[in-house]
Ligand binder design. Structure first.
Ligand code: MG
Length: 167
């Protein structure tokens, strides 16, 4: 069954939003590396790669459903921050935007009884719970380290050990 035009547009918007998210995470990575926090920069770069993978899941789904992929332009990501905590707050805000978008597509899929979309969207609903919880935990840790260089260094080392999905 073909995707209805509204869902086709929504899935295309989501490809763009995931690519926007990848772009933003890369900007966060660059800021952190320039500030001398290579572990956190690594974590953000891995996250950027994961967002690209998310974009490709929606991209492939569109093609599998015999729909057209229409790529858009990406907004310029925020690249200047007041603090490390602000960087992770920007990441959380981006994730919350993505979560709202996934929920909105889910509502459209339910309205259209487009059952073939449900497994993909369920995966993303779970993924977003995990993403938000992970970033929130890092923000909590950062708020505890405020002003303590040693604690910040420890957290940087810890985040530097993040492995890819397949590793
Ligand atoms: Mg994502």
């Amino acid at each position: 069954m073909a995707l209805n035009p509204e869902l086709e547009a929504a899935f295309n918007d989501q490809v763009n939003l995931e690519l926007t998210s990848a772009h933003q995470y890369l900007a966060l990575s660059a800021w952190l590396e320039a500030e001398g926090l290579p572990g956190m920069a690594h974590w953000m770069k891995m996250q950027s790669g994961e967002e690209n993978d998310h974009a490709m899941k929606f991209y492939q789904f569109l093609l599998d459903r015999n729909a057209r992929v229409v790529l858009g332009s990406l907004p310029k990501p925020q690249s200047d921050f007041d603090s490390v905590t602000d960087v992770f707050r920007a990441a959380l805000a981006a994730e919350e935007t993505v979560t709202a978008a996934i929920n909105s597509i889910y509502s459209k899929a339910v309205d259209a009884s487009d059952f073939a979309s449900y497994p993909l969207l369920d995966w993303f609903v779970n993924e977003q719970v995990e993403e938000e919880a992970t970033v929130q935990q890092i923000i909590d840790d950062l708020e505890r380290t405020e002003g303590n260089g040693h604690a910040l260094l420890m957290l940087d080392r810890e985040l530097g050990t993040r492995l890819g999905e397949d590793e």
